[in-house]
Design a protein around this ligand. Sequence first.
Ligand code: HEM
Length: 406
Amino acid sequence: MVTSACPASRPNGVDLLDVEVFAESRDGDMFRRLRDEAPLFWNPGPGDENGFWSLTRYADIEAVAKDPDSFCNGEGTQIASRRAEGSGPRQIHNMDEPDHGPMRRLLTSTFSPRAVERLTERVEQVTTKLLDEALELGEFDFVKVVSSRLPLLVFAPLLGVPTEDADLLLRWTNESSSEDPEYSAGPETAAKAREELFAYYTDLTAQRRACPRDDVVSTLVQAEVNGAPLTQEWLNPYYMVLTVAGNETTRNLLSGSVNILSQRDLWPALRSGDHALLRSGIEEMVRWVSPVVHMRRTATTDVELHGQTVKAGEKVVLWFASANRDERVFAEPEEFRLDRKPNRHLGFGAGPHFCLGAHLARMETRVFYEQVLARDIHIELLGEPDRLQSNWFRGIKHLPVRVTQG
Ligand code: HEM
């Protein structure tokens, strides 16, 4: 494909591929400049093949996410990815119609508000156990002890993975979803993690086919799409996206929100508020942290945007993290306001690919904060967060804290 020879109108010094900018939390200033000066610009990649358009304003991002006819997911949703030759099974977020809708509908009832409410007790038990451990330790890495384990210990049994294998899911998630040197030695690490994950789930699928239980793997092995059961090559990418999405993002929401509440001394306000404040506070946490920094689409047809032509076949990156700080939509976006209303953030995306697990992520976060407040638990930072080097997930790898009660 030939990319458009559009002049690069990006402000000097801006490089959205520079993961250091994200690791050092300098992206806020960068995105503000882009929203003001270059709301659509062509970011050349290391080679022509990797160049991409960037959108940073809320209205543009929402419009593109809700227009799957003009902007598809099927050519890849990460900046560098390119659809492999030919068609074939992909992860659900990399699908378009006619595959996407039927595949997504297989699990919409599993993650519906009502189904998620039924998981509350399990989430409460896991949270109680983790907070007990935290109190016993006193000083520790919040990511290691709490925020990585909470979503994982809820999600593993929901999928059908025995709790004793949950750490495998954590490792495969870390190795396959970032290029941070702490987790990955490069693309080979990600490929190996993917292979191991596929082999593991292939075994689990065989077990559930023989003897179904009440879990996601059993639901998927019994499902039919267009009258036929799903083959292993359709199932594995589905397990993969669930494994990663089900724990990485919520982990980062918990760590990122504890970090900002502590940095801005907002715990007293949260404690003195009611349940409504916690609910609006959780939406503000998603807006603020924006655990998924961007997703990509590909233009299916020539589209005029901001006076320029995005040509069919060109990549268009939606910077959700920037949309969530857009001053055209959010009053004083750099303020973290527990009571922000309205708060129509794009932290869970928009349109047909809107996050499938949004209710679960919200419920897990709510239960965590409910218990912290009810048990009068105090969390204090003991150092700076060690951030993930990634422009895709906004992550914290380590967060040293002290936890006390009363
Ligand atoms: C898609 C965010 C938790 C499953 C997405 C998208 C975003 C997102 C931004 C892409 C939307 C788009 O491209 O327009 C988040 C955040 C989470 C979270 C911020 C936690 C704080 C979860 C959980 C699950 C999950 C717990 C578990 C089921 C998915 C799936 C998709 C998705 C399967 C693809 C949906 C599709 O393509 O139809 N999420 N997510 N996510 N998320 Fe989440």
